[in-house]
Design a protein around this ligand. Sequence first.
Ligand code: DGL
Length: 215
Amino acid sequence: MKIGVFDSGIGGLSIVNAIIAGIPDIEVDFKNDAENLPYGTKTPDELFALIKPIFQEFIDDGCRVIVIACNTVSTTLIERLRKTFTIPMVGLEPMVKPAADMTKSRVITVCATPTTLGSERYKYLKDRYANDIEVIEPDCSEWAALIENNQMNNQKIIDAIEPSLKKGSDVIVLGCTHYHWIEDSIRAIVGDRAAVIQPETAVVRQLNRVIERLG
Ligand code: DGL
C-alpha cells in the first residue's frame, strides 16, 4: 500500500521512520514544503493555499491515505482538507489528553508552534481534557526553523523548559514533529523531573487501523 506523508520539513521524517519501522511492506511518499517553512507562524488560509496542490499530488501519485505529520496543519486544517479531498487522512495533535491522564502535579507543558497553540482544536483539547490543570506553553516559536537548519542548541531548550519544570510540570508534550529530533536532548535536560511524550506510536497505530479498513 502506498501512503503519503506530509510536513513542512524534516519533522515529518521522524513520522516516516516510525511508519516504516512499524508497518512492513508500506510504501511511503514523503512530501514537504521546506521553501515555505516555518508553517507554525502562518495563518490557516495561507497554509491551505500552500497545501492544496501538494495533497492533490499525493492523490495523483496513487497514495491511498495521507498522514498529516504536522501538528500545525492537523490542528488548523484537517476538517477543511477532509471536505476538499475524499482520501482518508490521519492527523496528529498535541497529546493533551494523555498528558492530563499522566500528570500527578496537575501542571503540564505543551511545546508547539504559535499557530497550533492558537487553533480552535487545541483550545478544545485544553477545555475538554485539561480544564483543571495548569498548561504551560513556552515560547518555541523559533524552534522548527532552527531544527530544520541544524541550529538548535541546549541553551534554547533550557530557557524554554526550565521555568516550566520549576513550576512543577511533570509532563512535557512535544506538539510539533520537528521537536521529535531534539527529544533525546530534551530528555537529557529534563532527567527524571518530567515525562516527555510524542505521538509516533499512536500515529502508527491509527494508520494501521485505517489501512485495515481500506482492505
Ligand atoms: N512540524 C510542524 C508541526 O508539527 C511545524 C513546523 C513548522 O513550523 O513549519 O507543527
